[in-house]
Design a protein around this ligand. Structure first.
Ligand SMILES: [Zn+2]
Length: 172
């Protein structure tokens, strides 16, 4: 007595597990798609061949709205405190480490997708300068120096903070 009225296909049909790219590769592809989508959404849309480091900088600032890292403003009482004792209204930003890694992936993706190394907007010095400024200001605001990793005593704390950096905006 099997009363299967209209058997549903169910979800057992995921046919895309054939090739499994590494996490880095799939993250890179997602980032690249996200960036392409971002350019398309500009008014007017920006073709990739016209993309300059200015678009990349705008993109990085745009991503801040999806950030999860509290960066205290100068006026905040917690400014410079790595572990504030309470909440505050300072904005959430993309952590410098996330942006740095993102740029690395996009720089590679750009050339893999036919871009010329000499015109790679992600390799621009302006991006490096911007990232350095973000790093320094976040280090100050959060009281966390982004220097070389010292001994890894307590690797969970800061690492988890910086590493949880998948960008949540590839909505379909
Ligand atoms: Zn604050």
């Amino acid at each position: 007595m099997s009363s299967d009225k209209g058997k549903e296909p169910g979800e057992g049909s995921s046919s895309r597990s054939a090739t499994q790219p590494s996490r880095y590769e799939s993250q890179k592809r997602r980032d690249w798609n996200t960036f392409g989508q971002y350019l398309k959404n500009q008014r007017p849309p920006v073709p990739l061949s016209h993309c300059t480091f200015n678009h990349v900088l705008d993109f990085l600032r745009y991503l801040d709205q999806f950030g999860k890292t509290k960066v205290h403003l100068q006026g905040c009482g917690f400014f410079g405190q790595p572990e504030p004792p309470g909440p505050c209204t300072c904005p959430l930003r993309q952590a410098w480490g996330s942006l740095d890694a993102l740029i690395g992936r996009l720089r590679a993706a750009y050339e893999e997708n036919g871009g010329l190394p000499e015109s790679n907007p992600f390799a621009s010095g302006a991006i490096r300068v911007y990232l350095r400024e973000v790093r320094d200001s976040q280090a100050k605001a959060r009281g966390i120096p982004y220097k070389k990793k010292k001994k890894k005593r307590n690797p969970t704390k800061n690492a988890a903070d910086e590493a949880a950096s998948s960008f949540p905006m590839q909505s379909s």
